[in-house]
Ligand binder design. Structure first.
Ligand code: SF4
Length: 145
């Protein structure tokens, strides 16, 4: 049976990024041919539209560039991602680097100046807290996992 992996939908070419585009990477998908990929976008499932204002995490809140607090949408998306993993017995997630939802290890610092700090996006954090391995596309492309 193929290993199931939850994957950020934008990495598969779905235009769900804040700017209406995607993060498709052919070399990434070539390395995942033997996996069963389950696409998911926590921001869309959390109730946000595409396109939308970019958002960053600051002081445990998610704020969009216009200063609107969108934390609840991000938390809802994270909870739904976890529920899906639990329902389908998914143990690993491959999530887009640096995103305030999907980023793992490094995220933007909340100043909208492209400054990275240590931290996890809201969905990545919740999945990790519940024992799910979270990787980003750079882990796969570099290490050939
Ligand atoms: Fe991609 Fe995640 Fe952002 Fe959705 S929330 S567009 S899946 S990085």
């Amino acid at each position: 049976m193929k290993e199931k992996i939850l994957i950020s939908a934008c990495l598969l070419g779905v235009n769900c990024k804040y700017n209406g585009q995607n993060n498709y990477k052919e070399d990434l998908l070539n390395k995942l041919k033997d996996k069963e990929l389950i696409p998911f976008c926590p921001e869309i499932v959390g109730g946000l539209q595409t396109p939308r204002e970019p958002s960053e995490i600051i002081n445990d809140k998610v704020m969009n560039k216009k200063g609107i607090d969108v934390t609840e949408n991000y938390q809802r998306g994270a909870k739904e991602a976890l529920a899906l993993c639990q329902r389908l017995n998914i143990k690993k997630a491959l999530l887009k680097a640096k995103s305030p939802s999907c980023g793992s290890g490094k995220i933007y610092d909340g100043t909208f100046t492209s400054t990275l700090i240590s931290g996890d996006g809201i969905t990545a954090k919740l999945l990790k807290e519940n024992g799910i391995i979270v990787l980003n596309e750079n882990d796969i492309i570099k290490k050939g996992d």
